[in-house]
Ligand binder design. Structure first.
Ligand SMILES: *Cc1c(COP(=O)(O)O)cnc(C)c1O
Length: 399
């Protein structure tokens, strides 16, 4: 798995491994705290024998043999992510969406059936419509809580793809129970773990075979780099590695460096995102303008019991439904905010707000009769300033 140098000597906890993993090589004199950015296309060998040996082994072992096969900066990040996720090994991809599409390319074939959770990151539905279905893969969406998976699974089902908690309104599913059903039918369980970041939720320890993260979000943490990660069990590793080598997908060492740098402070940042988000979520619950607050860490959230059982914390994401407002008013509310940026994505240090089209991204459950839903990403600002900003925006839409 990872190189000997990065193996901690003590049985350490995750926050320690985020700091200690993926170390740098020694030079004459000493060793930098962080690994260097190794930029390379060509990699040189001492002899033809050495080159041929590396080429023979690179399909199954980690070998620095050519830029398109990964680079030492990326390898260091892969080790940190594999430990974070509790998996065997990790591969890096240029975006979270590219990581997702590679998993389908590696594990699905025309004629296969795949089950996908209703609450998935919306662009995956676009990938299904533009590639998977035309390619010949049969796709069925299942309820976000997983309640209909046992009925929907069939002999041709190869993958059960979950996202827990789900995008936008954070539906929880019972992953160990789902994995049991899937494995009994010979299907693999794929999880999008972007919400959990490997710290708050660890699908591979709950029965998933493959865990995907958009490192674009909390791992990078600074809204300035794109990346996706795929971590698998030992049994699933070779299938993923062979397909991504065949496709020639690699990430830049500069980007890997930035994500590794962000990962060092993941535990500290997430603790603060969580604290700020919970303060704002509780404030929103008490507001007359708000019908419902979506955050699985709140006792009144539908997924709270599962969250309590399976997650070790929450992050900066909080969505809420307006009690009495149309989508236009919700848009005016977001426009009136001064400290929240308006933009896609999340996981950076800054707060964001958008009006979410939940009804348009769910097909198993009917969200058309709910009020408009605003998704907040709570950043590292002072939460009282954010509350003041939300309060003035609520006041503005009354007039
Ligand atoms: C953002 C996101 C992705 C995609 O990541 P990109 O790096 O933006 O391609 C995938 N899944 C979830 C749940 C996300 O939030």
């Amino acid at each position: 798995m990872s190189s000997q140098k990065t193996e901690p000597r003590l049985a350490t906890r995750v926050a320690t491994r985020l700091v200690k993993g993926g170390t740098s090589p020694a030079f004459e004199g000493g060793r930098a705290v962080n690994p260097p950015v190794v930029r390379a296309s060509t990699v040189l060998f001492e002899s033809m024998d050495e080159m041929n040996d590396a080429r023979r082994r690179r399909g199954t072992e980690r070998m620095f043999t050519y830029g398109a096969r990964g680079n030492p900066t990326g390898f260091a990040l892969e080790d940190v992510v594999a430990q974070l996720e509790g998996g065997y090994r990790t591969r890096l991809f240029p975006t979270g969406l590219a990581a997702i599409s590679m998993v389908f390319l590696a594990f699905a074939r025309p004629g296969d059936h795949v089950l996908i959770a209703d609450c998935v990151y919306q662009p995956l539905r676009h990938f299904v419509d533009t590639f998977l279905r035309p390619w010949g893969v049969e796709v069925t969406y299942f309820c976000a809580d997983g309640s209909d998976v046992a009925q929907q699974i069939k002999p041709t089902t190869k993958l059960v793809y979950v996202e827990c908690p789900g995008s936008l309104v954070y539906e929880m599913c019972d992953l160990p129970a789902l994995a049991e059903i899937a494995h009994r039918h010979g299907a693999l369980v794929i999880a999008d773990n972007t919400w959990g970041s490997g710290l708050q939720y660890r699908p591979l320890t709950l029965g998933a075979d493959v865990s995907i993260m958009a490192a674009t979000k909390y791992l990078s943490g600074h809204s300035d780099v794109m990346m996706g990660t795929v971590t698998t069990t030992q049994a699933c590793w070779q299938t993923l590695a062979t397909m991504s080598d065949a496709q020639g997908v690699a990430v830049s060492p500069d980007d890997a460096y930035l994500v590794l740098r962000g990962t060092r402070t993941l535990a500290a940042r997430l603790a603060m995102h969580e604290r700020n988000a919970l303060e704002i979520a509780r404030w929103l619950v008490a507001r007359p303008e708000v019908a419902r607050v979506f955050c699985p860490a709140l006792p009144e959230d539908r997924g709270h019991a599962l969250w309590k059982r399976d997650c070790s914390g929450t992050n900066g994401l909080v969505s809420f439904e307006f009690a009495q407002a149309d989508a236009q008013t919700a848009g005016r509310f977001v426009d009136a905010l001064t400290l929240f940026g308006i933009g896609a994505s999340w996981g950076g240090f800054e707060s964001l707000a958008t009006v979410s089209n939940v009804a348009g991204t769910r097909t198993c459950t009917d969200w058309s009769r709910t009020g408009p839903i605003v998704r907040l990403h709570i950043g590292l600002e002072d939460p009282q300033d954010l509350i003041d900003d939300l309060a003035q925006a609520f006041a503005r839409i009354q007039t």
